[in-house]
Design a protein around this ligand. Structure first.
Ligand code: 5GP
Length: 327
């Protein structure tokens, strides 16, 4: 277990605000006199989104955004993480613009030491396609004018409350542009809840066109047959998925089970999703998988994740840390 804690890891699915340290969140909520009772409730999807709303009330300045990003990078480094793709939804805060938000996060990530950090800009589906188009137009402009942003932003994430009325089809043209014109990666939340409007089928078809440019977040509602032969990596988040699927045992996690027990399933990465919401950690997620499915080849899981990173420099970051710590 000590070796798993120390082993070199890669984090591909972590939301910045959801990764706020619980102690930081409690302190900020108390300072603002906010009701934090939702933190004591069982983590259903609905409660998680109540907690995100609380976090967003607490993280109300770019200074605090920078603090939570630095704290999370520190936690990841302590957990053996060599490379992270952090994702976040740009917000205009206290008179500063969404572009300022992206610039701030990129600065913090570019200054990280002992870990290589990149950014995925999140599109929150609940804000609708027009807001997403506006945000992405600003990011495109920033990538042209700011070399740090250009280096650090490596993809766009499709997230937000999956029960919102907006399906993937309303955003598909934007992700096509990101993938085909910007040449960046698309990390798409899919199959968190069974949607009736064919969202999963559309996302799967989009991924099959260029599987290496697309990763799936969670992908819980896909059938094994739908995924067979698909080369896009699945970002599995054990604690988060166990909570939203209400699993009594991680052994029943459909994607992890399939990955470790059957052949032909897509590559998979072990990720945290929202350490601050689920009270988890990257090393802890690896240990949970080991306890539920071990002995399994966790080094191969890391290698698969590194191969699916949207910046090729991930491979070098992993090699460097392995050489330094011999694990
Ligand atoms: P932020 O983007 O503000 O840094 O991180 C919090 C946001 O990430 C949430 O408001 C939500 O839009 C998104 N998010 C975090 N976890 C999940 C998840 O498990 N599923 C989905 N669909 N979105 C999530």
């Amino acid at each position: 277990r000590r070796r798993i804690r120390r082993m070199t890891k890669v984090e591909l699915h972590a939301h910045l605000n959801g990764s706020i340290r619980p102690a930081t969140l409690k302190r900020l909520a108390a300072e603002r006199g906010l009701d934090a009772a939702c933190l004591d409730r069982k983590r259903t999807l609905e409660v998680c989104f109540e907690i995100f709303a609380l976090i967003h009330k607490c993280v109300d300045s770019l200074e605090i955004v920078a603090v939570i990003a630095r704290e999370f990078l520190e936690d990841l480094r302590a957990d053996g993480c060599a490379y992270v793709e952090l994702r976040t939804t740009p917000r205009a805060l206290q008179g500063r613009t969404e572009a300022d938000y992206v610039r701030t996060v990129c600065r913090v990530l570019s200054e990280a030491s002992g870990i290589t950090a990149r950014l995925l800009v999140s599109v929150d589906r609940s804000r609708g396609p027009e807001a997403a188009a506006k945000t992405l137009a600003e990011v495109a402009q920033l990538r042209r004018s700011d070399a740090t942003v250009d280096r650090i932003v490596v993809g766009v994430d499709f997230s937000g409350n999956p029960t919102s009325k907006h399906g993937f089809d309303a955003f598909e043209h934007l992700f096509r542009e990101v993938r085909d014109q910007w040449g960046l990666g698309c990390a798409l939340h899919v199959g968190e809840t069974p949607r009736s409007d064919g969202d999963s089928a559309k996302i799967l078809a989009f991924a099959r066109e260029k599987p290496r440019r697309v990763r799936f977040g969670h992908a819980l509602a896909f059938s094994d047959d739908e995924l067979r032969g698909c080369a896009s990596l699945i970002e599995a988040c054990p604690s988060s998925n166990a909570a939203t699927l209400d699993l009594a045992r991680l052994e029943d996690h459909p994607r992890l089970w399939c990955h470790f027990h059957s052949t032909g399933s897509p590559p998979l990465a072990i990720c945290t999703d929202d350490t601050g919401v689920f009270g988890c950690s990257l090393a802890g997620e690896y240990l949970k998988v080991w306890d539920a499915f071990g002995p399994v080849d966790l080094v191969r899981v890391v290698d698969d994740a590194a191969a699916a990173a949207f910046d090729a420099c991930c491979g070098e970051a992993v090699r460097r840390r392995r050489a330094m710590y011999n694990v």
